[in-house]
Design a protein around this ligand. Structure first.
Ligand SMILES: [Zn+2]
Length: 396
């Protein structure tokens, strides 16, 4: 079993060790040392990164059979003595998150009675799963406040080993998952639990603890939170977002929700007014278009091209004009959101999709689609005269 230097001193960033064996893990070179400061993945905490004699350590695994710690390397190592260096930024982040988790779990237990059933420290988010659901926001605020008070009180955090019998009398927050000697991590006068991870010396080093999300998952609640630098970076990001949003609406931060509500109300009004105007336009333009209807062998035909028309109007016009009549209706509008529509009333002996395809072909375009009685295609920035010509040829 490898001697675990990270248990003796979690602040150890450099160490020397002797190679015990060279092996492989998933066809990558791996090395076992007599002692190591590299933390292997376990207990919800990810492994450390760093180097052994300058070679990157990409993964650290505890071998279940004998407790040996495997350092998976980017390339083979050829030495008996090694100097190890821990990626301290990554490790210290893990120590902040992990110690913060102990504090937060105890705060949830004290205020809501909820037990933490699992812990996950991810690259972005840290989560705990609680064995209860339906936490009122006031309870969550109280939990966060208690956790941060414990941080600011800068309490001592320490770890020690005890025998299993002694552990039973220690009223641990979480019963140990291992047998024999048990490692206890204690936050002075606040939390005591069995844990093999790495933690900071004093709660002040955890930095701010911020709960960012609660999600119900069956009979459990997943709490996402951030500690230390992660919380500060998140605060920075959110602050910039808020400033940018408030700036773009020319209001103070505190007025932002109200400004958004006002914008939404304005938009709703504007949409209503637009709909009313469009109805008015339809009523005015339909009689005018009716006058342009021409006779055809099967009934009637109508073509018309607008230089520009708000999108949404053209389909409504096409439907109104072709409804219940043996009439072929070809409508188009130019501009950036130009549109071409072919609509066939009852008894028109052509397929709208076929007519559409022919017109597009004359314009050197393709695309669009629809049904036998209605087809449309976007024709952005199409030449209006060419469009007019193509429509006339289609019915000619
Ligand atoms: Zn821990």
């Amino acid at each position: 079993m490898t001697e675990r230097l990270y248990w003796l001193d979690p602040y150890l960033q450099q160490f020397t060790a002797t190679v015990v064996s060279l092996t492989e893990h998933n066809s990558q070179p791996a090395v076992i040392l007599d002692r190591t400061a590299f933390y292997p993945t376990g207990g919800g905490q990810p492994h450390d990164r760093g180097t052994l004699n300058g070679i990157p350590v990409v993964e650290v695994i505890e071998r279940e059979s004998d407790g040996a710690i495997l350092h998976v390397l980017a390339r083979p190592l050829e030495a008996r003595e090694v100097e190890g260096r821990i990626d301290w930024e990554r490790r210290f982040d893990h120590m902040q998150q992990h110690t913060g988790q102990h504090i937060l779990s105890q705060a949830f237990l004290r205020i809501t009675g909820a037990q933490t059933v699992s812990f996950h420290l991810g690259e972005e988010v840290v989560t705990i799963d609680l064995d209860q659901v339906g936490f009122p926001p006031t309870a969550v605020e109280a939990v966060e406040e208690l956790a941060n008070r414990v941080v600011l009180e800068n309490r001592e955090v320490w770890a020690r080993f005890v025998e299993a019998e002694e552990a039973e009398g220690l009223s641990l927050r979480r019963p140990p998952k291992v047998e024999g000697r048990i490692r206890i991590v204690e936050v002075a006068d606040f939390d005591r639990s069995a844990c093999g991870g790495t933690h900071v010396r004093r709660t002040g080093e955890v930095g701010p603890i911020k709960i960012v999300k609660l999600e119900r998952r069956g009979n459990e609640t997943r709490v996402s939170f951030l500690c230390g630098w992660r919380a500060l970076r998140d605060y920075g990001r959110k602050h910039r977002l808020l400033l940018e949003s408030a700036g773009s609406l020319s209001v103070g931060e505190a007025m932002l929700p109200e400004a958004i509500r006002a914008l939404q109300a304005d938009l709703k009004e504007a949409r209503k007014a637009l709909m009313a105007l469009q109805e008015l336009y339809l009523d005015l333009v339909l009689p005018y278009l009716e006058q342009r209807v021409q006779p055809a062998s099967f009934g009637e035909v109508l073509t018309y091209v607008w230089p520009q028309l708000p999108s949404g109007l053209l389909p409504r016009l096409a439907r109104r004009l072709s409804e219940g009549r043996p009439r072929l209706v070809l409508l188009a509008a130019g501009g950036a959101d130009g549109l071409l529509i072919v609509a066939c009333g009852p008894g028109v002996p052509v397929d709208a999709r076929e007519v559409l395809r022919r017109i597009l072909g004359r314009l050197g375009l393709e695309g669009g689609g629809g049904r036998p009685d209605y087809a449309q295609a976007p024709v952005p920035r199409v030449d209006l005269q060419a469009l007019q010509r193509a429509l006339s040829e289609a019915i000619g």
